[in-house]
Ligand binder design. Structure first.
Ligand SMILES: [Ca+2]
Ligand SMILES: [Ca+2]
Ligand SMILES: [Ca+2]
Length: 207
């Protein structure tokens, strides 16, 4: 009987793990090691290796060219809402050749567009923000409100800077998840079901 109980506990745990993985709803997972180029439209952005160990984890997407610097995603179904998460570093007073100090007003914008409409700001990150200046920091943005459409794309963009090789920034470990589908049972439902089965089996065993 102990063996049976252990088997059921194992079933509960493994089922919970399976369901957790499914309900995470990960729809974009990019570490740039290497880049999945079909997932991105890039302008004045390039994947670099690890110059002088200044990058977060192996390659990062580095912005340095002249003209508008941007990286935009494909469109996703975001009707359930979700979370956009990524690592960001902006050049600061360390002022290296990879991360030249980005000046005030040369903000990094995170935007969305629905149905190929105009870009709308999700978050504006000031170049003087100490969470990201000269250091890698994580950005988490909840996808809510008007961004929740069945055709939503995202963009990382710096519209103003002093030109090629000035005012640099980079991103890494970009992930986008939508909220769990209503069709996927919660782990607790499975756990209750399995516990019920355990009771049933132990009763039968006693008989
Ligand atoms: Ca990376
Ligand atoms: Ca500068
Ligand atoms: Ca500048």
């Amino acid at each position: 009987m102990k063996l049976l109980n252990a088997a059921f506990i194992g079933l509960i745990l493994s089922t919970s793990l399976l369901v957790n993985t499914a309900s995470a709803g990960l729809i974009l997972d990019e570490d740039f090691d290497p880049i999945t180029s079909t997932d991105w439209t890039l302008s004045n952005a390039s994947v670099l290796g690890n110059p002088a160990s200044e990058f977060f984890s192996l390659n990062a997407l580095h912005f340095s060219g002249s003209g508008i610097r941007s990286a935009s995603t494909n469109a996703f179904d975001m009707t359930t809402g979700g979370l956009l998460s990524f690592m960001l570093k902006i050049g600061g007073s360390l002022d290296t050749s990879t991360f030249e100090d980005a000046d005030s007003g040369e903000d990094v914008l995170i935007q969305y567009a629905t149905n190929d409409g105009a870009w709308v700001d999700l978050q504006v990150i000031d170049t003087e923000d100490s969470n990201y200046k000269d250091t890698w920091g994580m950005v988490n943005i909840s996808i809510t409100g008007d961004a929740m459409s069945n055709d939503t794309k995202f963009q990382f963009v710096q519209a103003r800077h002093s030109g090629s090789n000035w005012d640099n920034w980079a991103i890494d470990n970009v992930s986008l998840s939508n909220n769990a589908s209503a069709d996927i049972p919660e782990p607790s439902t499975f756990a209750i079901f399995a516990l019920g089965m355990m009771g049933l089996v132990s009763r039968r065993a006693k008989k």
